[in-house]
Design a binder for this molecule. Structure first.
Ligand SMILES: [Zn+2]
Length: 492
C-alpha cells in the first residue's frame, strides 16, 4: 500500500508521456524549450580538447549547453554543413575600438576585441563608453603611454606622445603619479598593462622595471612594444627584448611581446628564439604577430626621430601616407610629420611574417588601427581570414587546428590568470561562453588590401557573441549589441 502513493503519480506521468509521444509536434515542442540556438552538422574544432568531428551544438542563455552527435532542434538553427565551427577569435591587440571597427572584426570572425598595447588612462570611462552598445566583447589595459602623457602634460588627443612624455625622464613627483595611476587602473579591472617603450624613449630603464613590478602585483601580463625595432647595433630588437625579459625575470610579471615581426624585422626568428628559450627556462613570456609585411603608426611619433632609416633599413618611399595612399619623399615626410597623421610602413620581410604566422608559439593579433584615413592598414579588418585563407589554405604554412589555437585558446590562456572569465572563452566546451565563429575553410579569405582596405572578409557566414547571432548568412545583423566587458575583478 505504501508503494501505491508513489506509483500513482508515476503512472499518471507515464500516461501523459505516452499521449505526448503520439502528438506529432512532441519532439519539436520539447526541444524548443531546451535550446535558444542550435548549430547543426558542423565540423567542430576545439583546440583545447583536440575535438575535430561533426557535431551539433545547442546554446542556451549565452552559453554552450550541449555538444552532441544526436539531432537537436531549437528556436533557431544554423546549418553548418561543410563549415568549421570554431571558438570565436580573440584579438589581443586592436586600437580601433569603435562600432565600425567591431563590424569589420565581426565579419573577420572576431568575437572579443582588446586594446592591450596602448590601453587607456581611465579604465572606468573606457568601459562605460562601450557597455551595452557593442557588437562584440571588448576590453582594455591600463596604459603606460596614455598615463605618462597625462601626468607629463603631453598634448592630448592623439594616441601617441610627441612632447615630454616621449622624450624626457620623469621627475620623482611625476614618477609617483604615474605609479599611482597605473595601480588604480589595475584596481579598476584593467585586463593587462600596456607599454610602448619605443614611443616613450625618455622613460628610464628603471621606470620600465617599476612598471613591471606593478603588473606583477596584480598577476597581469605586460603587453609591450619594445624599446627598439631596429637592425643596427646596439639598438636592435634583440637588445630591446633583453630589456623586457630581464624586467619580467626580476619582477615576476608575465610578459607579452606585441607584433614581434615589426620589432624583429629580418631578425624575427632570433626574437622568437628568445621567447621560446625564456619559456623553456620557466618565464611566463608570450608573443603575437599580424600576417602582413607592413606596420603602421603615427608619423609624428618618436619612432621617426632621426636615425629611423638606418634603424629600420627603409627610406621615404617605403612609407605610405594613409590619408591619400601616396608614398613619401623627403619633402612630404617633413610636411606630414609636422601636420601629424598615420602612415603604413613597408618594412617587414615576407619571410619574417610567414615564420611568425607559422610558429605554434606566436599568437595572431591584428594591431588594427582606428579608421581615420582612406588607406588605413588592412590588418584590423582582415588579419584572421588572411591567416586562415592565405597562410593555412593557400600557402600551407601551418595546419588549421594550430592556426585556430593561436587565435582562440592561446589568447584566452594569456589573460585567464588575471581575468578568470577568460577560462570560459576560446573553447568549444559545455559551459563556455557561446562566442562562436562558423567559416568555410575552402573559401575564407581576406579582401581588405593596402589599396582597398575597407573590405569585409569573405567565407565567414555566421558569428555568435554570447549566443546572439551578429553575422548571419555573411551579413551583419543590425540592432544587436551582445558584446560584454572583458574585465578583471575589481579590487580595493
Ligand atoms: Zn605597437
Amino acid at each position: 500500500m505504501r508503494n501505491w502513493s508513489l506509483a500513482k503519480p508515476a503512472l499518471a506521468l507515464g500516461f501523459l508521456l505516452a499521449v505526448a509521444c503520439f502528438a506529432p509536434n512532441f519532439y519539436v515542442l520539447f526541444a524548443d524549450e531546451t535550446y535558444d540556438v542550435a548549430i547543426l552538422n558542423g565540423r567542430v574544432m576545439d583546440p583545447e580538447s583536440g575535438l575535430d568531428a561533426l557535431r551539433n551544438i545547442g546554446i542556451r542563455g549565452g552559453k554552450i549547453a550541449v555538444i552532441s552527435e544526436s539531432p537537436l532542434s531549437a528556436k533557431s538553427t544554423i546549418d553548418a554543413k561543410a563549415l568549421v565551427v570554431s571558438p570565436g577569435f580573440i584579438d589581443l591587440h586592436e586600437h580601433g575600438q569603435e562600432e565600425r571597427n567591431y563590424e569589420f572584426q565581426a565579419r573577420d570572425g572576431v568575437t572579443t576585441s582588446l586594446e592591450l598595447e596602448a590601453g587607456t588612462d581611465d579604465v572606468d570611462r573606457w568601459y562605460a563608453l562601450r557597455e551595452g552598445k557593442s557588437l562584440i566583447n571588448f576590453g582594455v589595459s591600463i596604459g603606460h603611454i596614455p598615463v605618462r602623457m597625462k601626468v607629463m602634460g603631453d598634448p592630448q588627443g592623439g594616441m601617441l606622445p610627441t612632447g615630454d612624455a616621449a622624450h624626457r625622464a620623469a621627475s620623482q613627483e611625476e614618477f609617483e603619479k604615474i605609479t599611482t595611476a597605473m595601480d588604480k587602473g589595475f584596481r579598476r579591472g584593467a585586463l593587462a598593462e600596456g607599454m610602448g617603450v619605443n614611443y616613450t624613449p625618455g622613460a628610464t630603464h628603471w621606470e620600465i622595471v617599476e612598471m613591471f613590478r606593478i603588473a606583477a602585483k596584480y598577476g597581469a601580463s605586460v603587453h609591450v612594444h619594445l624599446r627598439y625595432g631596429g637592425l643596427k647595433e646596439p639598438n636592435t630588437g634583440l637588445a630591446a627584448i633583453e630589456e623586457v625579459l630581464a624586467a619580467a625575470a626580476a619582477t615576476g610579471a608575465p610578459l607579452h611581446v606585441v607584433h614581434i615581426t615589426s620589432m624583429g624585422l629580418k631578425y624575427t626568428p632570433q626574437l622568437i628564439a628568445m621567447v621560446k628559450g625564456a619559456q623553456q627556462h620557466g618565464l611566463d613570456v608570450t608573443t603575437e604577430c599580424y600576417p602582413y609585411t607592413a606596420g603602421s603608426t603615427a608619423l609624428q611619433s618618436a619612432i621617426f626621430d632621426p636615425g629611423w632609416q638606418e634603424n629600420m633599413g627603409i627610406t621615404y618611399k617605403d612609407i605610405q601616407w594613409t590619408a591619400t595612399g601616396e608614398r613619401l619623399t623627403a619633402e612630404t615626410f617633413d610636411k606630414y610629420r609636422k601636420q601629424g597623421g598615420v602612415v603604413v610602413i613597408h618594412s617587414i620581410p615576407e619571410e619574417a611574417a610567414r615564420t611568425a604566422v607559422a610558429d605554434p608559439i606566436v599568437m595572431i593579433a591584428s594591431d588594427g588601427m582606428p579608421i581615420t584615413g582612406a588607406k588605413v592598414h588592412p590588418r584590423g579588418q582582415a588579419t584572421f581570414s588572411r591567416v586562415l585563407g592565405h597562410y593555412v589554405r593557400e600557402e600551407k604554412a601551418l595546419d588549421l587546428m594550430t592556426a585556430l589555437r593561436k587565435m582562440t585558446l592561446m589568447p584566452a590562456q594569456r589573460l585567464e590568470k588575471r581575468a578568470p572569465m577568460f577560462k570560459e572563452k576560446g573553447r568549444i566546451r559545455v559551459g563556455a561562453d557561446a562566442d562562436i565563429t562558423v567559416f568555410d575553410p575552402s573559401r575564407v579569405i581576406d579582401k581588405a588590401t593596402f589599396d582597398e582596405p575597407l573590405q569585409y572578409s569573405e567565407g565567414i557566414p555566421f558569428v555568435l557573441v554570447n549566443g546572439i547571432v551578429v553575422v548571419k548568412d555573411s551579413q551583419l545583423v543590425s540592432g544587436v549589441h551582445p558584446g560584454r566587458a572583458a574585465r578583471a575583478p575589481l579590487a580595493n
